[in-house]
Design a protein around this ligand. Sequence first.
Ligand code: BGP
Length: 474
Amino acid sequence: MAFPKNFLWGGATAANQCEGGYQEGNRGLANVDVIPYGSDRMAVMTGKLKMLEPDNKHYYPAMEAIDMYHHYKEDIALFAEMGFRTYRCSIAWTRIFPNGDEDQPNEEGLKFYEDLFHECKKYGIEPLVTITHFDCPIHLIKEYGGWKNPILVEFYKKLVTVLFTRYKGLVRYWLTFNEINMILHLPFMGAGLVFEEGEEEETVKYMAAHHELLASAEATRIGHEIDPENKIGCMLAAGVTYPYSCNPADVWKAMEKDRENYFFIDVQARGEYPSYAKKMLERKGIDLHITKEQEALLKANTVDFVSFSYYSSRCASGDANIEQTEGNVMASLKNPYLKASEWGWQIDPLGLRITLNALYDRYQKPLFIVENGLGAVDIPDENGYVNDQYRIDYLREHIKAMDAAINEDGVELLGYTTWGCIDLVSASTGEMKKRYGFVYVDMDDLGQGTLQRRRKKSFEWYKKVIRTNGKDLD
Ligand code: BGP
């Protein structure tokens, strides 16, 4: 058991799921603010139901979330108490450019993150910053159609130039787009796409993806220019796909499913559209009009490291009649060898080792696990204490898998940030009761609660894991 000396242990959050304060500090309205809790949520996230303004009939959990906007000092102090060496957070685009297309950034928003990063540094915590974690200014959606419009690349360039300049020396680790492959599954959330009657959805999604890939390469270029010390990474919703059986038709299906996801990272890490993707687009009749300049941009600006989220492996078959289960948005077949969380996400620590190896074999770049964890219903006892042994068990097995990948397989892994280190709003369901944290937050699915923070059992456990650099996992 030995993790590298500078291994970055920590936790991860996203602005839209924890910050709240959606109207504070001149912040503008974003897509994530108008994604409601309840039965319309999926339709809005997928761009099938157009909701570009809040209404009185829905509850919108991101608006207040766990109000980290006002609690960040207290929360970072708790992370420091656990010994975090890094904290992954994201920037709300609309705090920096409320509409997205202004000439000048909003000073209050810039100052907010500057203070937050200083607060991290005070404790020796290295910020790991996601530039866009599922957020897009509503104005850019209404006015330009979101990422389907290439002009978004220009607005994004402006955003990253401001961020890299202002936070030079304060932030070194950056991720361009959270779970970039989610655009195919949650296009409103991932790219501000709303589909009009008769619109060719797949074409629009791949076009928007192309623009995000260009924007990501631009960010890598600009980030390196402004400060060569910057480390810029991409981010994949990962989880290897197993063939349901050794039937070659199943093996083929599993490969196809993996390629659907790898496609994005192939471009970001290897610098070009892979041949299978070109053929796939051709077959579908999708022409992205890729220019020579764009090809050169992608080629010259590959990422420094590959980061990913991992919750479970997936399973695919050539036979359409096998039972499905829930997964991180992407449905998978039910794997009879695995147990699942209360939300049906299959638990597979060895799958993490397999995923780490697959990504390292493919890209030969340092990896970073920036999300992993167990979403569970936590029931506080009469003293408000949560004994979340199940979460400890989940994390322990995944840390062992990381250890094996590093020490037995030679994978280069920079760090590990568990998802939702403090309870926050679930991205897929909008619930608060799907909790991931070491810190309990008193808030329910409809925004009722005191917002009080309390340490769970896993808090002390993770503190020990970090203190011993992953040696003591008991
Ligand atoms: C990933 C997202 C996160 C996060 C996590 C857990 O897809 O990057 O934002 O929420 O999944 O998912 P959920 O919140 O749906 O349980």
